[in-house]
Design a protein around this ligand. Structure first.
Ligand code: PMP
Length: 426
């Protein structure tokens, strides 16, 4: 495949946009080469500026659970846009999507919409701090909760891919209030809580980590966090930006049957438009302005186009009773096929998967936390990435990312992908 026009466009972009991209994970810096410029997408496929068709395993990093340019969502946005694109005033559709989200997700009474996952997580910890009158938070190494200052401490995703998990620009003052724990290690979390008694406002966690590759919670880990939060008076925040409306209708709380105090959303909840949200029990959410003292706001929050896309997406998910079992079956099929060809070609690997989140680490050791996730950051991954690209299959350009499976993928697409992997290592 040729990527001539993408290369040209990238060279032009580099002159006026830092690194040529508006979010670092889009760059090919760690795998080499130049990023692919997309012209359009439909269903499971991307069509780039050189006329190549690629099977998409990123799906806008999660939102396109039903496929690209999904017609009901596109039509809802078009119809809404005709009525005006932003008012900065209340609209009925905000209540409609809020009601639907509250009915789908366990254990939440109220939800507030923002414009990104970053804003959702940033606001959730401010609320947790205000509610508990405590300042520190615990986050896990390798988890990513957006790029707000408190979270760029041992962060995953692009922050680790590009070597800045602790970004310059974050003040010492802010950094000292973020305590770092090891994912899947309850004893470590307890020790941190013991050493910071009555100081920890919240533990924030990706209930299935997706920003150090896919790392599932060990049995009892999330339950253990719930118990520790209760014991030490901290709030438990599930960052469901990736898992929300993807692992189950009610997200990780439903799948693992563990209640969080606050949950954050992004990606699927916006149907591909810029939306985030955070939600919880009324008692906590009513701490927010204008009813409560914790300030949080947004000119474009609850934007009508974004709400139209999000509402339509959630309605589609709600009425399709087979969606999550289809996603499970398709991703399990992919997992099985990948294992088969990697084993046949004697390639050391570990595959982690929960529902439609999956990643391949090229090392045979178990991957359970940030340190072990580093095993996958190697030359075999780069060979894999470029080999797939040459075959017209697009995965994230870093081993510290997860593949997001869309329902638009057919079994032919999955077979094609499995065969492409076989070709790379044969
Ligand atoms: N939390 C998690 C778990 C994420 O994966 C991401 C983004 N990938 C964010 C927060 C931040 O969301 P956004 O990029 O929309 O700001």
């Amino acid at each position: 495949m040729l990527y001539q026009r993408s290369s040209q466009l990238f060279a032009e972009a580099e002159k006026v946009i830092p690194g040529g991209v508006n979010s670092p994970v889009r760059a090919f810096k760690s795998v080499g080469g130049t990023p692919i410029f997309v012209k359009k997408a439909k269903g499971a496929y991307l069509y780039d500026e050189d006329g190549n068709r690629l099977i998409d395993y990123i799906n806008s990093w999660g939102p396109m659970i039903l496929g690209h340019a999904y017609e009901p969502v596109v039509n809802a946005v078009i119809e809404k846009a005709k009525l005006g694109t932003s008012f900065g005033m209340p609209t009925e559709i905000e209540t409609k999507i809020a009601e639907l989200a509250v009915s789908m997700v366990p254990n939440i009474d109220k939800i507030r919409f923002v414009n990104s996952g970053t804003e959702a997580c940033m606001s959730a910890i401010r609320l947790a701090r205000g509610f508990t009158s405590r300042e520190k938070i615990i986050k896990f190494k390798g988890c990513y909760h957006g790029h707000s200052d408190s979270f760029l401490i041992s962060a995953g995703s692009g922050a680790v891919t590009f070597g800045s998990p602790n970004s310059p620009g974050v003040t010492q003052g802010t950094a000292k209030d973020t305590l770092l724990a090891i994912y899947n290690d309850l004893a470590n979390v307890r020790a941190i809580l013991e050493a910071n008694k009555e100081e920890v406002a919240a533990i924030i966690v990706e209930p299935v980590a997706g920003n150090m590759g896919c790392v599932p919670p060990k049995k009892g880990f999330l339950e253990g966090l719930r118990a520790l939060c209760d014991e030490f008076g901290a709030l438990l925040i599930f960052d469901e930006v990736m898992t929300g409306f993807r692992l189950a209708r009610g997200g990780a709380q439903e799948l693992f049957k563990v209640n969080a105090d606050l949950v954050t959303f992004g990606k699927v909840i916006g149907g591909g438009l810029p939306v985030g949200a955070f939600a919880g029990r009324a008692e906590i959410m009513n701490y927010l302005a204008p009813v409560g003292p914790v300030y949080q706001a947004g000119t474009l929050s609850g934007n009508p186009l974004a709400m139209a896309a999000g509402l339509t997406m959630l309605q589609e998910i709600e009425k399709d009773l087979e969606l999550f079992s289809r996603l499970e079956e398709k991703t399990a099929y992919l997992e099985k096929g990948l294992r088969r060809v990697l084993e046949a070609n004697h390639v050391d690997h570990t595959i982690n998967r929960v529902g439609s989140m999956i990643s391949v680490f090229f090392d045979k050791r178990e991957v359970v936390d940030f340190d072990t996730a580093g095993y996958g950051h190697n030359d075999t991954f780069n060979k894999f990435f470029h080999g797939l690209l040459a075959e017209g299959v697009y995965i994230a350009p870093s081993s510290y990312e997860t593949w997001f499976i869309t329902d638009a993928l057919t079994y032919e697409d999955l077979d094609y992908t499995i065969n492409a992997v076989n070709k790379i290592f044969a």
